[in-house]
Ligand binder design. Structure first.
Ligand code: PFF
Length: 476
């Protein structure tokens, strides 16, 4: 176990064994279903190049400053997110209630964990589907041979109708996740990132190169990057900012928690920039990985989850070595989803360990059980519980089942509120000297970062929050 010392110089804590371990773990947290499913679909549906450019601007000008703010709060506190916020607030003579921001984040991370593992379960299902296909028909032909177009189209809706299968898969994904979290930071979480992230990158590059040779690569480049400024409407901009925050895992105390395991010698500014760069590159490469395959099969991109779970399996059917590529693709998605779900589970686990002085393994297992229960309810919200709308009394969440309500509440409220309050806290409340000691910046860059955290981030995040709650305020 790697040990770092808390800022009060007392409690020894488990931590990352090196800077690169932290980078891999944080990139693992950031790179996930958001990069592979949501980014390509949103980019394609929201005007390609204009969306992509605006997205990158959001990452640099809003996402990166908040990412640095979150990691520095964690590193300074050397404790769970709530405790770290409280410590920095106390040292800055501010109210200890600021710890509540991180408390919101802990709740949000738990809610995301619950529905994220349901999707992780779907990924397991598709891994099984393609693996069985290889056993049956070998690797040389296209995927899912012998299935008609209708049969393939029915796979995903059939899965969504089957609450029991989804529940079993959800539990399986939660169990895989907790096996790493229960083993601790250096002994479990770090091990997962150090093995899975390089494997993920190799699979991503391999499949992208395959798509470049066998798929419609130049068409895909045109599709994703053609710049049409007229497409940059209010809703498109809102989608880009929301996606940037989700993709960098901000506003849910995840990066605070991971930051708390970082040693004092690490330059947080450089490290945050590396994390944001890697996350954005993966999102862009994911677009270049998926669309050549989809477009070559003459399919169109329908948005959201359908792109991955409906359109792609269809496309793999007509590709050379489609079964093998299909299997490699879903294994890659599984790796990315797992390193993200590990980070999501770590947030409430670290909080409960700190708050109640509990041991890690039983704490992680209890949180896993709670997440599995909520996940199972989410799985049934596609079928038996589809008529149950837990937040139906709030107009913003009207008609949403459990799965979709968890997604909306966290994306529209918890994440922007969390990130907004973090930027206000770091920009205005926390003692300057403490922040300056941690952030690894100097000179003009330091002043620019401070400007972004003090002004641009709070303004942009307030805007996102308001139009997220009152979408009708957005000009179309
Ligand atoms: N960033 C992850 C993705 O893009 O899929 C999702 C996520 C993971 C959000 C961890 C928040 C978090 F704490």
């Amino acid at each position: 176990m790697v040990v770092t010392t808390a800022s009060d110089g007392t409690t020894p804590r488990d931590g990352w064994s090196s800077r690169s371990a932290f980078v891999l773990a944080a990139v693992g947290a950031a790179v996930g279903l958001g990069n592979l499913v949501r980014f390509p679909a949103e980019a394609a549906n929201n005007g390609g190049g204009a969306f992509v450019l605006f997205y990158v601007a959001c990452i640099v000008l809003i996402g990166l400053p908040v990412l640095l703010s979150e990691t520095l709060i964690g590193r300074h506190g050397q404790a769970s997110a709530v405790e770290s916020m409280k410590r920095l607030a106390a040292e800055s003579n501010a109210s200890k209630w600021w710890g509540g921001i991180a408390g919101l984040g802990v709740a949000a991370a738990f809610m995301i964990l619950a529905f994220y593992c349901v999707i992780g379960g779907w990924v397991l299902y598709y891994i099984g589907l393609f693996a069985a296909d290889i056993v049956q028909s070998g690797i040389s032909g296209g995927a899912l041979t012998g299935m008609s177009a209708e049969d393939i189209k029915a796979i995903f809706p059939d899965l969504l109708n089957n609450g029991f299968t989804m529940s079993v898969l959800d539990v399986a994904f939660v169990v895989i996740t907790v096996m790493f979290v229960a083993r601790g930071v250096s002994g479990g979480i770090e091990k997962a990132s150090v093995w899975l992230m390089p494997a993920f990158f190799m699979l991503l590059l391999g499949i992208t190169i395959y798509g470049a040779f066998t798929g419609a690569f130049s068409e895909a480049v045109g599709y994703l990057f053609t710049f049409d400024a007229s497409k940059l409407t209010g809703p498109v901009m809102l989608a880009a900012v929301g996606q940037a925050f989700f993709s960098l895992s901000l506003g849910v105390a995840g990066m605070m928690t991971y930051g708390s395991y970082v040693g004092r010698d690490v330059n947080l500014a450089k490290t945050s920039a590396t994390i944001a760069f890697a996350d954005t590159s993966v999102a862009l490469i994911a677009g270049l990985c998926i669309f050549p395959i989809v477009l070559a099969a003459g399919l169109s991109s329908d948005g959201g989850l359908g792109l991955m779970f409906d359109t792609l399996p269809h496309a793999f059917q007509s590709m050379p070595f489609g079964t093998l590529i299909g299997l490699a693709f879903f294994v890659m998605v599984g790796f990315a989803a797992l390193t993200s779900s590990i980070s999501l589970m770590e947030v409430p686990t670290a909080w409960a360990i700190d708050k109640f002085g509990l041991r890690r393994a039983p704490t992680a297992i209890s949180i896993a059980v709670a997440a599995a229960v909520l996940g199972i309810l989410s799985a049934y919200s596609f079928n038996a519980l589809s008529g149950f709308h837990p937040l139906g009394f709030i107009p913003l969440f009207e008609g949403e089942g459990i799965f979709s309500a968890l997604d909306s509440v966290t994306a529209k409220l918890f994440m922007p509120i969390g990130a907004l309050l973090v930027s206000i806290f770091v920009g205005w409340i926390a003692e300057r000297r403490l922040i300056d000691n941690e952030n690894g910046l100097s000179g003009g860059l330091h002043r620019f970062w401070l400007f972004l955290v003090r002004w641009l981030c709070p303004l942009a995040l307030t805007g996102i929050l308001i139009v997220g709650i009152f979408p009708s305020l957005l000009p179309a």
